[in-house]
Design a protein around this ligand. Structure first.
Ligand SMILES: NC(=O)c1ccc[n+]([C@@H]2O[C@H](COP(=O)([O-])OP(=O)(O)OC[C@H]3O[C@@H](n4cnc5c(N)ncnc54)[C@H](O)[C@@H]3O)[C@@H](O)[C@H]2O)c1
Ligand SMILES: CCCCCCC=O
Length: 927
């Protein structure tokens, strides 16, 4: 590249260009160079320890010991491991062969990728940037990252710089951070088809089983959660436990928070701070809607949030919608492991899963039935420090992994290599046209026969092969082919890559005559070979004939367990097997001291009478199993007992409080009436109604009888006081009549209009008319509700005689109006002065014909008695007809004849409408 071009590049382009140029020199390929670089890196970390710790103290208020403990010591270990094993990791890795490749070299060659981009996050900045860098260097790559020297230039900066960097072409991108940016990284990588490793985060669940030592579990959880102020990618995000454990979990966590960070974590050097105010605000908002059981203290200016525990958190709470990445620990209750598994599986695959239980089977089950980047039983975070374990996510928590050899492999290209010789072309004939059934038979044999088998089978096969290789197989058509086969079999035995023990040697021979060839056999047995277990790791090589002797000691050979437990396994696995797994191994129980075979020991475990166990009722007591039964039945405060009264089951320590409220608890009548079978729930009813000695009030108490006597004497009182009760009742009836009258008046008052208009509907008109006509004497007068001429005006009422009155009797409908005594009469002008109109409404449909109402109007004459002020005190309805003269109505005896009424729709649906209108002068209305 010319100098001008280089100078016109961005800083990021330059860094990548420099790294690529350096990579292309081939310098980083040599193992010595890689080891030197790793050692330099180690020296750098050691020399700069103090500055590194100081930096993190400023950023995260990390204590001085925290950084070496949780970051740099681990890095030192990773470097040492890589330096020690690099030769082995980088060496060609032989792989299994088939008959087709028996005489070829087949292996995997790890090779560097090129320029690797490592993007780290801030929470453990050294662990998550230098960690991947170690893998990159070990694998022989160049890398763009800090710290710098020519091959590993540092590009510092934020989003803009990273995005510029991402435009460049890399051979691998190793990104650590959140998933949203992870997607940006992948998108950028896709442009150049660059493989990526994404070390992301997620909500790592922590299930605490009821069968576990809570004190220890909570100490480990408190450490894992609040370390680095909760800003750890694999921190337990939330706890799942049974409802009955929640209080104890909170208590234990609280105790450990205090032990680790003192009563006042603000002053504790080991308690960190939130990285910045944006994250502080994000975390505080997550608390919304959840109940704080412990902590919650905060100080925005110091980015401080105390260790906080949230209780009874619901799955839809805000804090459960995103990775917390801070010191908030929600507890969600589940009914047990089944529900916990379901809960975990309903969500994105987490980076880590934590299971706390003393039940190994449960742990294995949870591992089998869930998925996560990593899983730890009975501890937190510790898998991060085990270099032999791959560290990485799955699904939403990331892809790819690192640490130890996994980092090396991840940042290498594992290249498949097959090296054949330009010989034995006859063997290849089976794949060349023309294709025949015979060739296909051979191809089937060569391609499909693989696999491993026991030493006896191997020996037999070896013998067969030797003999077979030594024969002259006379094919009628192809001598050349038989020679080729013979050669192939020699090579096969020499290479010792065998077919399975039940190998089908039903080879289609053309001639079954076989001639032993001792010389060839000797030659074959003298061939140098590798151990048949070389792929598994055995480094033995020697003459073919020494193989059997070697196999009798080879660590990788399969042997039967000497205890005759029927298990076959690698010799190197034998000690472990005999000590821990063999069903026939002899074992002593730690608790009772008895001797068992492995199988019996496993059955004995969990039932040994001398083992110290916790009470199953979770009362917290611990004792040898032998006395557990008696404890559970007669001593445990959490044993269940039925209440002797209501028969429901209660814990022993809640039984007594229950009995103090049990509704079935037997009680004595306070009147000492001696009635048996009274309980707490029936006592009140008994005293009130059932008790023979209780004093009761006379049933006529509502009417005013004050008599009180024992229940048994009530009958006699009723007989003796009949007259008194009757007169009391008639008083009640009179009072009620007056009340009724008053109520009726009030209702009429309220229902009448106050705008000088009355619209009165008379229903059942024909029946009423018929009724009056059939009477021999008297007429029927119907009264409208009272109404007012205007607000605070005259109180009026209209009456009608369906069959007429006076001169209209028998032939007309008569209509009258009356002035009734009203509330405001004292304020009004007298006599009543306003014009009155009566109308009988025509109910014809206005759409079909114009209605023709019948209307009569008059202006009251001041001399008429009917319109003088009514006598005060004559208030009330006029119904009943008992009116004085001043209350007589004025109107029209012949308002409309019955004949006229039939001509139009004055009667409709058996009802008529009479309208009365009072023309109150506007001046009065405005006043
Ligand atoms: N799996 C792991 O090993 C691991 C380790 C640490 C943190 N994490 C996860 O990382 C998250 C916290 O870290 P963070 O993401 O806040 O760290 P961060 O803000 O430091 O971002 C990570 C990196 O991405 C770069 N970046 C940010 N925005 C970008 C953009 N728009 N385009 C390109 N690059 C961009 C940053 O410069 C930085 O180098 C959590 O989810 C945590 O669980 C995972
Ligand atoms: C104990 C150290 C854990 C580091 C985990 C890295 C992710 O945040």
């Amino acid at each position: 590249m010319n100098d001008f071009l280089f100078r016109s590049m961005s800083r990021e382009q330059k860094a990548v260009e420099r790294a690529r140029k350096a990579f292309l020199t081939g310098r980083s390929q040599s193992l010595e160079y890689r080891i030197t670089q790793l050692k330099n890196l180690l020296r750098f970390i050691r020399e700069r320890q103090k500055e590194i710790a100081e930096g993190l103290k400023k950023d995260l208020r990390r204590s001085e010991c925290g950084t070496p403990l949780y970051e740099t010591l681990g890095l030192e270990n990773e470097i040492n491991l890589a330096v020690r094993n690099l030769k082995e990791w980088a060496a060609p890795r032989p792989v299994s062969k088939s008959m087709m490749t028996i005489s070829d070299q087949v292996y995997i060659q790890p090779e560097p990728l090129g320029v690797v981009l490592v993007i780290g996050a801030w929470n453990y900045p050294w662990a998550v940037t230098i960690g991947p860098l170690i893998g990159a260097i070990a694998a022989g790559n160049a890398a763009v990252i800090k710290p710098s020297e020519e091959l590993y230039p540092v590009v510092t900066g934020g989003v803009t710089e990273t995005q510029e960097l991402l435009k460049q072409r890399f051979d691998h991108i190793f990104y650590t951070g959140n998933g949203t940016v992870g997607k940006i990284i992948m998108e950028a990588a896709a442009k150049h088809l660059t493989p990526t490793t994404l070390e992301l985060g997620g909500k790592s669940p922590c299930y605490i089983d009821s069968n576990c030592d809570l004190a220890i579990a909570c100490r480990r959880v408190a450490w894992g959660k609040f370390l680095n102020c909760g800003q750890t990618c694999i921190a337990p995000d939330y706890i799942l436990c049974e409802p009955s454990m929640q209080d104890r979990v909170i208590e234990e966590l609280k105790k450990n928070i205090k032990d680790f960070y003192t009563e006042d974590p603000t002053k504790c050097l080991d308690y960190g701070r939130i990285i910045n105010q944006r994250h502080f605000k994000r975390l505080m908002a997550l608390l919304e809607g959840s109940t704080i059981a412990v902590g919650g203290e905060n100080n925005e200016s110091d980015c401080y949030i105390g260790p906080t525990i949230l209780r009874d958190v619901k799955p839809d709470a805000k804090v459960m919608q995103e990775e917390i990445f801070g010191p908030l620990l929600p507890i969600l209750t589940v009914s047990g492991a089944d529900e916990a598994i379901k809960f975990i599986n309903q969500r994105e695959k987490p980076l880590a899963l934590y299971i706390f239980s003393s039940d190994d089977k449960l742990i294995k089950r949870m591992i089998a039935e869930t998925s996560s980047g990593g899983v730890v039983a009975n501890d937190c975070l510790m898998h991060f420090s085990v270099s032999s374990l791959p560290f990485g996510g799955v699904g939403n928590s990331g892809m790819g992994c690192y640490h130890g050899k996994h980092g090396f492999d991840n940042l290498s290209h594992l290249r498949g290599c097959l090296i054949k010789k330009l010989k034995m072309e006859n063997v290849n004939k089976m794949r060349y046209p023309p294709h025949t059934v015979d060739k296909l038979g051979w191809a089937r044999f060569f391609i499909l026969k693989h696999v491993d088998f026991g030493s006896l089978g191997r020996m037999m096969l070896l013998a067969l092969m030797v003999i077979f290789a030594a024969v002259i197989v006379q094919a009628p058509n192809s001598m050349e082919f038989n020679m080729a086969l013979s050669n192939a079999l020699c090579a096969f035995t020499a290479d010792m890559a065998y077919t399975e023990s039940k190998v089908n040697l039903n080879i289609p021979l053309w001639n079954e005559e076989i001639f032993p060839d001792m010389e060839l056999e000797q030659q074959i047995l003298s061939l140098p070979i590798r151990c048949i277990h070389s792929e598994e790791g055995c480094r033995w090589t020697a003459q073919n004939k020494l193989l059997q002797a070697h196999l009798s000691v080879c660590e990788f050979n399969v042997v039967s367990c000497p205890n005759r437990c029927s298990v076959k396994l690698l010799r190197r696995e034998l000690p472990e097997h005999m000590q821990h797994d063999c069903a026939k191994r002899k074992l002593h129980c730690d608790h009772c001291g008895d001797e068992f075979t492995g199988e019996a020991y496993e059955n004995h475990q969990g039932v040994c009478p001398e083992e110290s166990v916790y009470c199953e009722n979770k009362c917290g007591a611990r004792m040898v199993r032998r006395v557990l039964g008696q404890h559970s039945v007669s001593e445990c405060p959490k044993r269940k007992l039925p209440c002797r009264y209501c028969k429901k089951e209660f814990l022993y320590d809640t039984l007594q409080p229950h009995q103090q409220q049990c509704p079935r608890f037997p009680m004595q009548c306070p009147n000492r009436c001696g009635t048996p079978g009274i309980t707490r729930e029936t006592l009140m009813a008994h005293v009130k109604e059932g008790c023979s000695t209780a004093m009761v009030l006379c049933p006529f108490r509502e009417a005013g009888c004050k008599h009180k006597c024992p229940k048994t004497a009530v009958g006699r009182h009723l007989e003796e006081a009949t007259h008194t009760h009757l007169s009391l009742l008639s008083g009640v009836v009179n009072r009620q009549r007056l009340e009724l009258r008053e109520l009726r008046r009030a209702v009429e008052e309220l229902s009448g209009s106050r705008d000088g208009t009355l619209l009165w509907k008379l229903t059942d008109f024909s029946q009423r008319l018929q009724e009056v006509k059939s009477r021999t004497s008297g007429s029927l007068e119907l009264f409208s509700p009272a109404f007012y001429s205007h607000n605070y005006g005259y109180r009026l009422q209209v009456s009608a005689f369906p069959n007429g009155n006076g001169s209209g009797e028998g032939s007309h409908l008569s209509v009258y109006i009356r002035v009734l005594p009203g509330e405001y009469d004292g304020l009004l002008e007298w006599p009543f002065p306003y014009r009155v109109s009566f109308s009988l409404l025509d109910q014809s449909d206005p759409a079909l014909t114009k209605p023709q109402h019948i209307t009569e109007t008059f202006i009251p004459d001041p001399t008429w008695k009917n319109f003088q002020r009514p006598r005060p005190g004559a208030l009330g309805s006029v119904r009943g007809g008992c009116l004085d003269e001043s209350m007589l109505g004025f109107g029209y005896p012949k308002f409309i004849s019955h004949e006229e009424m039939k001509k139009r729709n004055y009667i409709r649906d058996n009802a008529i409408f009479i309208k009365a209108t009072i023309d109150v002068v506007q001046k009065i209305l405005n006043s």
